[in-house]
Write a protein that binds this ligand. Structure first.
Ligand code: SF4
Length: 348
């Protein structure tokens, strides 16, 4: 007999782990999907296989990693259900993920979807009326099973069709975690992440940068922003220079490496050979200036900032040569460090 298959939306939090395991415990094959964007879980993309192995080992769950950045950047222009406290479009975000998961069901041969949502756990996005809106707008009403709160809801199609035994599902509700923790113990799961955020769109400080872009108040127009631009926006020191340029300075080797991977042909890059210091990127310098004098001035400023944040030398020599690469050309500029009071107001 063909094994029944279900697709679980996997946040990595305890509820999503339990939801997948509760259904798998009924002999159903559960495949989990982890959605990533530059705003959440981006680091997983550095090594997907390591992540998959970790989840398999810790929770006995097979997970597919799906990058949904492209559609997600679109969603942020005008989410139907608006934003939360910061720039987090939680309801539309869930609708978007469920819609994508619904498409994947056919590709994977899954009969229904699973989420770890618990009725009343979050003030906004897990209220009963909001859960109804999410399943209605994602078109997943008949396919979506929420195993942890299923007994407080009408039976889903998977239950009515006898694919899932409703008796072995749960009636969790509210903010308390004790029942989840007890259930985790039954499954032998002791090491799971704390129920913390991790979404940049819900972060009061970082989300402001993203909002600025979508408000049209940034060097790059909202309709032109790419996932890699956003990734660049979330690394290093960020400055808006007087000539209009967007500058990113790495704060350590890890950030320098990360930035190097995000560089495009339109960027100007800066690096000091003679001392340890930041890698710097003047994003889209080849195309974003309508005035060459402004670009040259921002390039000189950038070189001075690279020296400012570079390692100090003992012999009193402050200035240094900074290598610049722009539009296929490479050259050096001698620059003195820029005084802090000059650039404080340029920091994003
Ligand atoms: S916090 Fe972020 S990832 Fe979570 S639902 Fe809201 S927007 Fe989506």
């Amino acid at each position: 007999m063909k094994k029944i298959k279900a697709l679980a939306l996997f946040s990595g939090g305890l509820d999503s782990i339990l939801a997948a395991r509760v259904v798998a415990a009924q002999g159903i094959e559960v495949v989990a999907v982890k959605f990533v964007t530059p705003f959440f879980e981006n680091d997983i993309l550095t090594d997907v296989e390591v992540y998959q192995e970790k989840i398999r080992e810790k929770y006995s769950i097979n997970v597919i990693v799906e990058d949904i950045s492209e559609g997600y950047l679109e969603l942020l222009h005008n989410p139907t259900h608006g934003f939360g406290k910061n720039f987090n479009p939680c309801i539309d975000c869930k609708i978007f993920m469920l819609s994508r998961a619904k498409e994947m069901m056919a590709e994977l041969g899954a009969s229904f979807l699973i989420t770890g949502e618990v009725l009343g756990q979050r003030p906004m996005s897990q209220r009963r009326d909001t859960l109804n809106v999410i399943e209605r707008d994602s078109g997943s009403r008949t396919q979506l099973l929420r195993p942890l709160s299923a007994k407080l809801m009408n039976p889903t199609q998977a239950e009515l069709d006898g694919l899932v035994d409703r008796e072995q599902l749960y009636n969790f509700s509210g903010r308390g975690r004790s029942r989840q923790i007890a259930l985790a113990k039954e499954f032998g799961i002791e090491d799971y992440p704390a129920p913390a955020g991790g979404c940049i769109l819900a972060d009061p400080i970082l989300s402001r940068r993203i909002k600025k872009v979508y408000d049209g108040d940034f060097v790059i127009a909202p309709e032109e922003i790419t996932a890699d631009d956003i990734r660049m926006m979330l690394v290093g020191r960020q400055l808006l220079l007087p000539g209009g340029g967007w500058l990113i300075l790495g704060r350590d080797e890890r950030e320098n490496d990360r930035m190097e991977k995000l560089v495009t042909d339109d960027d100007a890059t800066f690096f000091m050979e003679e001392r340890p210091g930041p890698f710097a990127v003047l994003r889209k310098a080849a195309v974003c200036y309508d005035d060459a004098a402004k670009r040259d001035s921002d390039i000189r400023i950038t070189a001075s900032l690279v020296v400012r944040y570079g390692k100090k030398v003992k012999d009193g020599q402050k200035g240094a040569d900074v290598g610049v690469k722009l539009a296929g050309q490479a050259y050096e500029i001698f620059a003195e460090p820029l005084e802090d009071k000059i650039f404080q107001s340029w920091i994003l």
